[in-house]
Design a protein around this ligand. Sequence first.
Ligand SMILES: Nc1nc2c(c(=O)[nH]1)N[C@H]1C(S)=C(S)[C@@H](COP(=O)(O)O)O[C@H]1N2
Ligand SMILES: [Mo]
Length: 555
Amino acid sequence: MNTNARGPRPPAWAAALAGVTAGAVGLGVAELVAGLTTASASPVVAVGGAMVDRTPAALKDWAIRTFGENDKTVLVAGIVVVVALIAAALGLIARWRVGYGTAGLAAFGVVGIIAAVSRPDSGPLDFLPSTVGAAAGAWTLVLLFRRAGATAPPGTEPAPGPGTEPGTAETGTGPGIGRAEPMPPAGPSVRRAGADLYAFDRRKLLTGVAVGAGVAGAGVVAGRLLAGRGDVTSARRSVARMLPRPAVAAKPLPAGADLRIRGLAPFVTPNYEFYRVDTALVVPGVDPRSWTLKIHGMVDRPVELTFADLLRRPLVEADVTLTCVSNDVGGPYVGNARWLGARLADVLREAGIRRDADMLLSVSQDGWTSGTPVDVVMDGRDALLAVAMNGEVLPAAHGFPVRQVVPGLYGYVSATKWITEIKVTRFDEDTAYWTPRGWAPRAPIKTQSRIDVPREGDSVPAGRTTVAGVAWAQHRGVDAVEVQVDGGEWRRATLAEVPGPDTWRQWSIDWDLAPGGHTIAVRATDATGYTQTAAVAPPAPDGATGYHTIRVRAG
Ligand SMILES: Nc1nc2c(c(=O)[nH]1)N[C@H]1C(S)=C(S)[C@@H](COP(=O)(O)O)O[C@H]1N2
Ligand SMILES: [Mo]
């Protein structure tokens, strides 16, 4: 049968459905192949990753703020919807000529291939998922168009004559035609070009679509399961057994570090609640047995450490609060943990940093980069190659097996997760991931404070109310927090104890609130004597400023 002949056309809805099914089969098969080859570059992930890397900073910033930790899910859902729409369009185009539809699916495949092979961590098989997926999609489209329509073998039956009533076109009963639907009046489905009788077979199309949907779903599920082989759960378990005790243990937390006020962020952020920000659509699965850290560039002796090498070093414990530069004033992208790791400065000293180097360009397994000032890392603070977080092996999402932690610097210029490489270089020679995207090359954390209780918009009983929150000025330390109600006098809050200058600090103050609406503001002063600025600035390019201010109602 000649599906390419002009003429045989299923109705538009059927063609669109066939297109969407073909697209779904393509994506499902691609996921399956991606799982089989453990090339994590399924087209959705590859295209999504490419989009993440090419999204303007402002848009990404907006996405992070609007969708929070769900930003990746929203992106993937968006891609799937766009693919479905384009696939539907290709189905409609295929009514014209099936070859146009398959060509469109092939173009899809090419986009997927380009995205996959241009990933910084692409492997030799990364072209496969999109290639096989596109072929499967194209084949599905041809097959569905074939199923949707049947050409009566010439001469086997009376072709409806010119006098056939419109709207009740007899579709015949020959093999391959089955119980076809009555044709819509003057619909495009019945053509009588010579012997080419075309009839639209709805039932066959729908069963084909159902099979296609099944294949697509099975492909996605199986692909994901197979990709789960790259899962690091068991690797984390074996690392848990080999984690040494710290050579330099952190002092126990001061008893007064946590004010234990309901609604106030706990001093130690549990790992499962710790904010996560990164560009990775799929959490990189890094095998600690084959992991190495290469230190090269402006060094006297390039080194390559294995995970065992790292664990043989004296490990240091430190309480450090991480903060994301994208955090809005009052925002949630800040968390505090006890980290265990090797001193980065010692490792670098062994490599022998050249005098004129001023930047450490750290690289993650998935090709993300961060630029950290050399002098900050070497000044004696607890800059770590961390392997554990709050007494637990580093969670996969937080950088397993090894990440950087540098007190005092925003995450994007210091906290490289899944780290595999450090290039010792210069700021005027190398550029880290976020710099060309509108973020400052250097970014120390700004002195900030946040009100956790009450929350914006809360109603509280009139009279005495506890106002509490956290403040941070990592590596300088918080010396004072003041609270202001309705633009009046600033009053000093009580500060909780802290283990050192590298963590946030809880604070609280009791305030008598008269019935009615109130505005509560907070500001912190760090140990250098600097009081955070009231000037309101957005996160880009180097961190938001302004006082966190909430409105509450007392009554
Ligand atoms: N490999 C990699 N590491 C990364 C990032 C990233 O995108 N990729 N994002 C950084 C940013 S912007 C921040 S704020 C911290 C967040 O660390 P967390 O997710 O463990 O909280 O990780 C940093 N490390
Ligand atoms: Mo960040």
